[in-house]
Design a protein around this ligand. Sequence first.
Ligand SMILES: [Zn+2]
Length: 454
Amino acid sequence: MTRWLAEYAWLPDRAEPTRDVLIEATDGRLTAVTPLTGDGPPTAGVEVLGDAVRLPGLTVPGLANAHSHAFHRALRGRTHDGRGDFWSWRSLMYAIATRLDPDTYLALARAVYAEMALAGITCVGEFHYLHHGPGGTPYDDPNAMSAALVEAAAHAGIRLTLLDTAYLAGGVDGAPLTGPQRRFGDGDALRWAARVDAFGPADEHVRLGAAIHSVRAVPAEQLATVAGWADRNGLPLHVHLSEQPAENDACRAVHGCTPTRLLADHGVLGPHTTAVHATHPTAADVALLGDSRTRVCVCPTTERDLADGVGPVRRMADAGSPLSLGSDSNAVVDLFEEARALEMDERLRTRRRGHFTPVELLGTATVGGHAALGWGDAGRLAVGQRADLVTVRLDSARTAGVPPVGAFFAATAADVTSVVVDGRPVVDGGRHLTVDLPTELRDAIAAVTAKEDS
Ligand SMILES: [Zn+2]
C-alpha cells in the first residue's frame, strides 16, 4: 500500500478543495480517501502518518487529454512566418508527416507524452492517422506506427487510448488521397477495420478506440462501417467536426446538409461518440449533438492558433453534450490553460463573465476526458478509482496567494510538481523520472525538421 498526505485535495462533489487529505492506494487503485481535519476530531490515521508521501499544494485527479496528434508538436513555433492560415499550416504538417517512420515517431511521441506527463496529463487520446510508409505502402507490420505510439506512452508513464483513425478520401466529394495523404489511407473502411482488428496490444496502459477523421476524409457511405465497428467492440468513437466553415460549405454542396446531420443520418452520433471541435455547428446541430448525448471535445489553444473560431461551448453542454479537452496540435500542452479558456472564450464571445464554475472546469479536464477515452474508472479521487494524483504547487510566482479553489484560473502546466499514474510516480519535484526533457524533445524534433529549417 502507498499513502500520500495532500495539503489540499479536490474530492468529488465538493465545491472547493479539502485540507489535509490522506490518500491510500493498493495495486494502482485508491483504497481510501480520508479528510483528516474538518468538523470532527482527527481520524485514526493521524498518528501513523510517518510513511505517507507529503504532497504540498493542491492535488487533483489525473488530467485527461482527449485529443492529441503527437507529431504536430514538431510544428510548434514554425508556422507563423508570413500570414499562415489553417490550410498553409496543414501543408507544413504534411511535410513533417512525410519524414516520420516508426523509429523517429517513437522518439518524438515518447518525448511529447513525457511533456504531457510533466503537465499533469495521465491519459491521452491519440487521434492516429499516420499509418503507412511513404506512398501509402504498408510497413511489414501494418500497425508498426500504432505500436510505436503504444511503446511511447509506456516509456512516458501515461495511459493511452489509441484512436485508430479511418482516413480514406481527400475531400467531401470522395476524391482520392494524393501526395502525403496517401500514408494515411487503408483503401476503404472494411480494410481499415481489418487492419485494426489485427492490432491487439495487451498492455495494461493502452485501450483502443476508433476515429473518423472527418466528413472530408471518410465517404458518407462508409461512415456506418466505422461506427458499426466501434459499436460492436464497445469502443469510443471520435470524429473531427465542423472545425472550419469550409467543411460545412463543402458538405452542404455535396450532401445538402451539415456535417453533423450527415453523421446523425449514418449512425455516428451517440454517447460513445466524441465530436472534436464542433466550432461551427448550427442551432439544429447543437440539438442533434445534445439530444444524442454525443460528447464534445474542445481544443481552445489549437482553435485559437489555427484561427478556427470559438464554438458555442456552453450551449452545447446545456443541450446535453458532456465536455472534454484536448491539446490537439500540441502548440500548447497545458490543460489548465485549455480549461480556463472555456470560460475566457465565452466571456469574449458574450461580453459577460461567469459561464463555468471551477468544479465544471475541473470535471471537464478530468472525468470528462477519461469518459470520452473509455476509462470510466479514472478522473475522481474516490475509492475504487485509478490512483492518478496530480499535484500543483501553490507557492510559485503564479500561484502564491491564490486560494486553492482558484487554481484553475491561475496555475499553468509549469506548476505541476508531482504526478502519480496508476499508483506509480512519474513526475517528482517537477521532473520527469524516466525521460530526459527537454533534451529528448529537442533531439526528436531536430530529427524530423532538419531539412525544413535548412
Ligand atoms: Zn485534431
